[in-house]
Design a binder for this molecule. Structure first.
Ligand SMILES: Nc1nc2c(ncn2[C@@H]2O[C@H](COP(=O)(O)OP(=O)(O)OP(=O)(O)O)[C@@H](O)[C@H]2O)c(=O)[nH]1
Ligand SMILES: [Mg+2]
Length: 366
């Protein structure tokens, strides 16, 4: 699972990438010479792990992880309504979700790609870029189909014509600015569509990178963003990339103390990572024992047997049953033994659909 970070030049993409991955990629108040993407991994914040660790006293805690790819802005700049192309397009296409960074901080030392700071304008024009890229992809495919149809055998014609019809409908939707993720596409068109990796089909997180002086208003801004930008499959977050990147370099204690002194509630960065996790349709099941307390990433709707396979293929193969306790129940009663006594521990079979926060012990036999 990877999230592609993109935006206008100097909007703070790399700063936010560093904050979220605790990385040290180069940031600068001028266009970076390096056109290389930065790739890193973010831990998904999960306070439940700390609570379970209190119960099991494990040697280590392992968080779920999501990969982030910081895609450099194209030299000619995005936001010029020409679509995203080349290597930048390839990078974004490979990602499962996109994170759009719009600059909301004012700083005379950092030139702006546009004349003024207007994150809503930038977010809109960047989304338009995604639409243009998709239109170009569809157009190329339509041209290919047209040429294939000229020499196609009757047996092939049907499938090609059907695809052509589907593509025409999607294109018409895009031309009316309806992203693919909001379009109703016929189920049999899904494999072909997945293959195209259309950008507006992917979940999108819009992040406003606010200045240090605006942190107090982050919650209100986020609410406004949700009202103005929120659509199915689109999330919104406001955070100060620069501050978050500085905090990410501190020790855990210093960071907590500093956040406390800022009077900030849940860090914007944590909210952003959780938001991405949810938009990707991901949930975590938890395991805990003497060795480790751990969050495992699965897609919503994953069966117990498949979840077991995440840990080890042997556990899936030899699956007998899963002993499941809801996290809230376990946290409330304080021990697995007590959960068992109070009949809060359920036995579930292979096809059980896992829920977020299930604390699981798989029984297996190989
Ligand atoms: N004041 C202020 N400056 C910021 C903030 N976020 C980033 N910057 C500064 O803006 C400049 C550009 O930040 P980067 O993170 O390199 O931006 P970028 O979008 O990765 O830039 P390119 O990759 O060159 O397009 C750096 O000097 C950052 O320190 C912020 O929240 N407040
Ligand atoms: Mg950068």
């Amino acid at each position: 699972m990877a999230i592609g970070v993109f935006g206008l030049p100097l909007s703070g993409k790399t700063t936010i990438f560093n904050a979220v991955t605790r990385g040290r990629a180069e940031t600068a108040p001028f266009r970076s010479a390096s056109a290389q993407p930065n790739v890193g991994v973010a831990k998904v914040p999960d306070p439940r792990l700390g609570v379970l660790a209190e119960i099991s006293k494990p040697k280590r805690i392992v968080h779920a992880e999501v990969e982030y790819v910081d895609v450099p802005a194209a030299p000619e700049g995005f936001g010029k309504t020409q679509g995203i192309a080349g290597e930048h397009l390839n990078l974004l296409q490979r990602c499962d979700a996109l994170l759009l960074v719009a600059r909301s901080f004012d700083d005379p030392a950092v030139p702006h790609a546009q004349e003024t700071v207007d994150p809503y304008r930038d977010a809109e024009s960047l989304q338009l870029e995604l639409t243009f890229s998709d239109l170009a992809i569809l157009e190329r495919r339509q041209e290919r189909i047209a040429s294939q149809l000229r020499s196609a055998r009757p047996a092939e014609r049907d499938a090609l014509t059907r695809e052509q019809d589907v593509l025409a409908v999607i294109r018409a939707g895009l031309e009316n600015e309806v992203p693919v993720r909001e379009q109703q596409t016929p189920p049999d068109a899904k494999p072909a569509l997945d293959n195209f990796q259309l950008l507006t089909a992917k979940p999108l997180i819009v992040v406003f990178n606010i200045g240090e002086d605006a942190i107090g208003g982050a919650d209100a801004l986020e609410e406004e963003m949700r009202a103005r930008l929120g659509r199915p499959g689109v999330g919104a977050a406001a955070l100060c990339g620069k501050l978050e990147a500085e905090l990410a370099r501190m020790s855990a204690e210093d960071e907590a103390e500093f956040r406390e002194s800022l009077g900030a509630g849940e860090p914007g960065l944590d909210r952003m990572v959780k938001l991405s996790y949810g938009l990707l349709g991901l949930i975590s099941f938890l395991t805990t024992g003497e060795d480790e307390t751990r969050a495992w990433t699965i897609r919503q709707g994953t069966s117990a047997a498949e979840a077991a396979g995440k840990i080890h293929s042997d556990i899936q193969r030899g699956f007998i049953r899963a002993e499941v306790t809801a996290y809230d129940d376990l946290a409330r009663v304080g021990s697995v033994a007590e959960a068992r006594k109070q009949a809060l521990l359920r036995a579930e079979g292979k096809t059980y659909a896992m829920r977020d926060g299930d604390v699981v012990n798989f029984l297996f036999n190989v």
